[in-house]
Design a binder for this molecule. Structure first.
Ligand SMILES: NC(=O)c1ccc[n+]([C@@H]2O[C@H](COP(=O)([O-])OP(=O)(O)OC[C@H]3O[C@@H](n4cnc5c(N)ncnc54)[C@H](O)[C@@H]3O)[C@@H](O)[C@H]2O)c1
Length: 451
């Protein structure tokens, strides 16, 4: 059992803190946002994450989990300090790591015996090693500490499950003492036979960026194939199924859609490209994935505009604002870009999301958007209804009812969750992503162009 301080009580920090407390450790979660801490003490969680309120509540009650905004006090007697603060993108795409260094400075000044500082925020390769020299500048002579890196791979919406049953744990540690502590802390996961990679600091940091960049590339790749499917009369759902059956490729992250979003993929791909550029290395594939993603969101706007005909005086219902289901996280959500694009074309938007509407109200991209009471309310008097996030409750909508309430029954299924034939049979026009149909006319046109 360890005494652990987790600094930064956002998605990663709160989940990390609650899960390590659940493993039997004493955890103090720290955040510079005092209001957040007050709310957490009252068990008001700052974001929606299934199962987290119960886990946090149980560990508070059992005395293993506490919250404070006083980092210096939290550090007293704690052996392990996880840094889980935000690393938002700067204008040039590079990660802003100032919060990491601000925390490291305070930790260095408050070393009261050996401490292990574990850098868990996603930060450019080299950050953990640079923290060692940085902390030495502020630490008392002879103060003992190590810096390690354990990148986080949790997925919002299933964060507890992915923390408790990860595909792997990556530990960047370069002293036997640091490695032992991290092995001990993660022991409950190893009992479940979670594979582990123990490596140096830089390699651990790069595993995180390479993983996210690869997943983003997979999404951009299938989105490009989807666009090709539309041009050639093929169905991307079946193409992805056939491709994904090859075990070297795998079926995950091969779902065509409006493009990737969220707090990680856009930021981490940009950051990888930025630190590669700074080191004189070309990462053409990652840069192409970023460009394809931006293109895809624009294409979605064009798709919806085409579906409503001329945009003047038109109204579109949007289902789903969060970047993915089971979260209220709106950071870099495709819905924001798509709605902004529709508004620029003069289209009025009424949107519905099961949990993200509260946070959506103040977002500039959503200014002027009406918020609906449910999916059917979003569809009311609309000339098209666009499904942008595949929440479960949008998977089985009453199509006849939608048809009745809409001005024109057009379903833009940007997540390909409906069978086009079912939609057509219900008397609605179906618009998907990459759901091409063979057409003799198109084939003839192609033959002529090739001749
Ligand atoms: N959200 C995810 O799904 C996810 C997954 C893997 C990795 N990550 C990475 O983990 C890091 C944290 O992400 P997040 O989504 O939890 O961010 P977040 O924005 O939800 O939380 C960050 C928290 O840090 C606090 N903070 C900032 N500066 C501080 C300081 N100096 N002292 C104390 N607290 C401070 C903020 O108030 C905020 O509560 C990022 O680097 C991110 O890329 C996120």
């Amino acid at each position: 059992m360890y005494s652990i301080t987790v600094v930064g009580t956002g998605y990663v920090g709160l989940v990390t803190g609650a899960c390590f407390a659940d493993f039997g450790n004493h955890v103090t979660c720290v955040d510079s946002d005092e209001r957040k801490i007050e709310r957490l003490r009252a068990l008001e969680l700052p974001f929606f994450e299934p199962g987290l309120p119960e886990l946090v509540g149980r560990n508070i009650q059992e005395g293993r989990l506490t919250f404070t905004s006083d980092l210096e006090a939290a550090l007293k007697g704690s052996k392990v300090v996880f840094i889980t603060v935000g690393t938002p993108p700067r204008a040039d795409g590079s990660a802003d790591t100032r919060a990491i260094y601000a925390v490291a400075r305070i930790v260095a000044r408050n070393l009261d015996g050996y401490k292990l500082v574990v850098q868990k925020s996603t930060a450019p390769v080299g950050t953990a090693r640079s923290l060692i020299a940085f902390m030495k500048r502020f630490a008392k002579r002879g103060a003992e500490f190590d810096v390690a890196s354990t990148p986080e791979f949790l997925r919002e919406g299933s964060a507890i499950e992915t923390f408790m049953r990860p595909d792997r744990v990556v530990i960047g540690a370069e002293s036997p003492r640091a490695e032992k502590i991290l092995r001990d802390i993660h022991d409950p996961l190893f009992l479940l036979e979670t594979p582990m990679v123990v490596t140096n600091l830089e390699t651990a940091e790069l595993i995180k960026y390479a993983s996210n960049s690869f997943l983003a590339t997979k999404i951009s790749f299938i989105n490009e194939i989807a666009n090709l499917c539309e041009a050639l009369g093929a169905d991307v759902k079946v193409v992805a199924k056939g491709v994904g059956m090859d075990r070297r490729i795998g079926s995950k992250f091969l779902h065509a859609g409006p493009g990737y979003g969220g707090s990680c993929f856009p930021k981490d791909t940009q950051a990888l490209a930025a630190f590669a550029r700074a080191d004189g290395v070309t990462t053409g594939i990652v840069e192409a994935a970023i460009a394809a993603n931006e293109r895809q969101m624009k294409l979605m706007v064009e798709k919806i505009v085409k579906a409503v005909g001329s945009p003047r005086g038109k109204r579109v219902g949007v289902l789903g604002l969060a970047f993915k289901p089971n979260t209220d996280d709106l950071r870099e959500a495709p819905a924001l870009t798509i709605i902004a694009g529709l508004k620029r074309r003069g289209i009025r938007v009424r949107a519905f999301d099961p949990v993200a509407m509260e946070g959506a109200a103040g977002i500039p991209a959503l200014k002027g958007v009406e918020f609906a009471a449910d999916a059917y309310d979003a569809a009311r008097d609309a000339h098209a209804l666009a499904i942008v996030t595949e929440w479960n409750e949008f998977r089985n909508l009453d199509l006849a009812r939608l048809k009745r309430v809409m001005k024109r029954p057009v379903l833009c299924d940007l997540r390909n969750i409906y069978d086009p034939d079912d939609v057509t049979r219900a008397g609605m026009t179906h618009v998907g992503v990459g759901r091409g149909r063979p057409s003799a006319k198109r084939a003839a046109k192609r033959r002529k162009a090739r001749a």
